[in-house]
Design a protein around this ligand. Structure first.
Ligand code: GLU
Length: 493
């Protein structure tokens, strides 16, 4: 059996789109699963669309995700170079071969002439495709123009009758009537090949067996196959992948900040969670497993599990995965990842904060790291809150009586020796017992008084500890004063 060779062939035009990461992933998984090779090829023949630094982003993203390539620009390999602009002299002879065999021809039409004919076609209500004008030039005419240095492109000479079909491994039989195929440009005026030509030449020369790429190439592939046939080359297997969408109607978009790998990493999604989830957007393992490491994905991946309906990238679902992965992080790792977000949250605060203890309380509650600042903001500044918060049916508490509970706790806290969580806990619990009260009757109002929130990481003791003595007592004082203002002084027990 021939060795499976897949490739990821991005154009360095900006950040890595999630759809691109998923394409790379499937290529990587399939190559590894089959014991084959995964090749990285940089497709930079469209010089106008290049973005400086984008190639580096591609390397970094793939490495970051653990998709190491076997052959590629910085790795070398038998079939290099792996950057198309470094291969630019290699394509013209192939195009000339096609001219000799009648599968391609020189075209001297100028931009203006083409625009004119296009406008005329559109005026007639037709879709313009190149009208083979230059195919009909005499040999002498072509020679004369070439000698005179008239700029030219080389076009594919597609048949005008019959149809071209192939079998895609995801979409099944794809058939295109040949009269709909455009005589696409193979070599541009600047001598560079187009993507349409270079992908065929390179996939063949690099021995690619399976072409997995976005479905936007589904309908151009018949033209590529005509080229393979013209050269007498074996046609590779095609695996076109449905687009990754935000929902049924919308693509992921730059504007919504949900299109790029880096968008998610900078928001505080873990790459392992992102990869795990992305793998499932358009592929399913055939059972109900959801959590996969990269190695497990390699084991489970199969082309037959790919779907032809658009992959919906559901951020809520990703967030669920992320929370699972965060929960499973070793504590020290969580702490180091959370620390910059804590620092951001407490910037400019003049109290110390025990990040380690905070991290213990936060790990199980963190869904995405960028939500941390909001969740811990109450530890920096006391939030505004409604007195209604003191109501709690289960704890049998109410705003009218909350001041009593707080006035009971206050001297206990004031008298505390070392401000440790254990001390706070033990002394407050002793006092509650002594007074024969229910825990909740005191701890609920206490937590509201010092956090202003019904839902907090940790309870009253943990929060009091994190706030420190001074801040806790100050918040307590303010809460008591506010309650007494509203309801008058209670009966301090
Ligand atoms: N350079 C093309 C792109 O970035 C790759 C398409 C392919 O994989 O053949 O869309």
């Amino acid at each position: 059996m021939t060795e499976v060779r897949t490739r990821f062939a991005p154009s360095p035009t900006g950040f890595m789109h999630l759809g691109g990461v998923r394409t790379a992933l499937y290529n990587y998984l399939y190559a590894r699963k089959m014991g084959g090779k995964f090749i990285l090829r940089i497709e930079d023949t469209d010089q106008e669309r290049l973005v400086p630094g984008a190639t580096q982003v591609i390397y970094d993203t793939l490495r970051d995700c653990g998709m190491d390539w076997d052959e590629g620009p910085d790795k070398g390999g038998e079939y290099g170079p792996y950057i198309q602009s470094d291969r630019k002299d290699l394509y013209l002879p192939y195009a000339e071969e096609l001219i000799r065999s009648g599968h391609a021809y020189y075209c001297f039409c100028t931009k203006e002439e083409l625009a004119e004919r296009k406008a005329a076609a559109e005026a007639r209500g037709e879709v313009f495709k190149y009208d083979k004008h230059c195919l009909h030039l005499s040999k002498e005419e072509v020679e004369r123009k070439l000698k005179a240095g008239v700029p030219y492109v080389i076009r594919q000479n597609t048949p005008t009758e019959g149809e071209t079909s192939y079998k895609d491994m995801v979409f099944g039989e794809i058939s295109m009537p040949n009269d709909t195929l455009d005589d696409m440009v193979l070599i541009k005026q600047d001598g560079m090949p187009t993507y349409n030509f270079a992908n065929v030449i390179d996939d063949h020369l690099m021995g690619i067996t399976h072409i997995m790429r976005g479905m936007e190439y589904l309908s151009s592939t018949p033209k590529y196959n005509l080229l393979y046939e013209a050269f007498g080359w074996e046609i590779p297997k095609y695996v076109h992948l449905p687009t990754v969408m935000r929902d049924k109607e919308h693509k992921l978009s730059k504007r919504d900040g949900d299109a790029y790998y880096s968008d998610f990493i900078s928001k505080g999604y873990l790459k392992e969670a992102l990869i795990n989830y992305l793998a499932l957007v358009g592929w399913n393992p055939g059972d109900d497993r959801e959590m996969f490491t990269m190695d497990e994905l390699v084991q489970a991946f199969d082309i037959s599990g790919l779907s032809k309906s658009p992959g919906i990238f559901d951020v809520e679902k990703l967030t669920w995965f992320n929370a699972q992965y965060i929960r499973q992080l070793p504590f020290e790792k969580y702490l180091s990842l959370a620390t910059p977000w804590f620092e951001k949250a407490f910037e400019g605060m003049d109290r110390q904060m025990d990040f380690r203890r905070l991290a213990e309380l936060m790990q199980g509650r963190t869904e995405v790291f960028n939500r941390i600042p909001e969740m811990v903001a109450f530890l920096k500044d006391m939030p505004a809150y409604e007195l209604d918060l003191y109501f709690n049916k289960k704890m049998k508490t109410a705003p009218e009586t909350a001041a009593d509970a707080l006035c009971m706790v206050k001297p206990v806290l004031e008298a505390l020796g070392p401000w440790t969580e254990a001390e706070i806990h033990d002394r407050v619990m002793d006092a509650i017992q002594e007074k024969g009260l229910k825990n909740g009757a005191v701890l609920w109002p206490l937590r509201i008084a010092i956090s202003g929130l019904a839902n907090t990481p940790g309870g009253a003791f943990e929060i009091a500890y994190l706030l420190g003595r001074e801040e806790t007592l100050a918040r307590l004082d303010r809460a008591i004063a506010r309650l007494q203002d509203a309801y008058g002084k209670g009966n301090v027990q």
